[in-house]
Design a protein. Structure first.
Length: 288
């Protein structure tokens, strides 16, 4: 068996139907050293138990997914969303403290789409900026970095009005780099003609909080959310993107995050094994 790259992290979404215990077991059992967790499986067992399970696994903790959804107008629903994000910040800090040495306290933020009936993209993005401003003191106090994740423009209406790395960095620029950064996800940014320039900018500003990889292949699934693939199965140039990220000095774990119904239907242990193999072939050759 080929050795697993020590920088690989399995984002729990890649094995979506595995509960927390199974996700930790199959990840560690495959020789992977790091995992990114999602809030729902953590909350199923409770934060304290989840932290103990993570600690017992010996795995590093790379990110917590997810916070965000900030585009609602002012009112009770927006207030509730902000409070939920404060809880997510607390979860992130607790899990990062429980993970093995080298864990990072990074909460990934998905901005949210246009509110029902709205066509005001600019206003929605400003509400994202305002929400992050409201949460930044909580994140700073907890030692957590908020990572704004730009999503591919096809999700702008329903999931994320932040569509490019440049837009994410423009919002983050209002805040300290250790408090607000960006997530660089190959699935979402590979198409952007400015992506290499913006990765370099993110590096200069110290804003790359996490680097996530998976591949893009057409035709897209009927549910475009589920169109991610193993690295090497699609068209993304992982060499160019990975080298650009590494050249900024990024030295953290690299997560594989795949949403794909066929992959989710496979046994979690098999998915982790295949993920490690794909990472080794497509990403590892470009790492120092």
């Amino acid at each position: 068996m080929t050795a697993v790259d020590p920088r690989l992290s399995i984002n729990q979404a890649t094995i979506k139907y595995a509960d927390l215990a199974t996700a930790l077991q199959v990840t560690a059992g495959a020789g992977v050293q790091s995992i990114g967790l999602w809030r729902e499986p953590v909350n199923e067992v409770g934060l304290d138990i989840a932290a103990r399970m993570l600690s017992d696994s010996g795995l590093r903790f790379s990110t917590h997914c997810r916070g965000g959804f900030f585009t609602l107008p002012h009112g009770p629903e927006r207030d509730a969303a902000l409070e939920d994000n404060r809880q997510a910040i607390e979860e992130t800090a607790t899990l990062a403290a429980a993970g093995a040495e080298g864990s990072t306290a990074v909460l990934v933020l998905v901005a949210g789409g246009l509110p029902a009936g709205s066509r005001d993209l600019v206003g929605a993005r400003e509400r994202v900026r305002d929400a992050i401003g409201a949460l930044a003191p909580d994140a700073k106090a907890a030692g957590v970095t908020l990572a704004i994740e730009p999503l591919h423009p096809m999700y702008a209406s329903d999931r994320a009005v932040v569509s490019t790395l440049g837009q994410a960095l423009d919002i983050a620029a209002d805040f300290d780099a250790d408090v607000v950064g960006a997530a660089v996800d190959t699935f979402h940014v590979w198409w952007d003609p400015q992506v290499l320039e913006q990765i370099a900018r993110a590096g200069r500003e110290g804003r790359i909080a996490t680097y996530q990889v998976c591949d893009w292949k057409t035709p897209l699934a009927a549910d475009v959310l589920l169109s991610r693939h193993y690295m090497g199965d699609g068209v993304i140039d992982f060499g160019a993107l990975t080298r650009a990220v590494i050249e900024t000095g990024y030295d953290r774990d690299i997560e594989v995050e795949i949403f794909n119904a066929d992959i989710w239907a496979d046994a979690p242990a098999d998915v982790v094994r295949r993920t490690a193999e794909a990472f080794g072939a497509a990403v590892s050759p470009h790492l120092p």
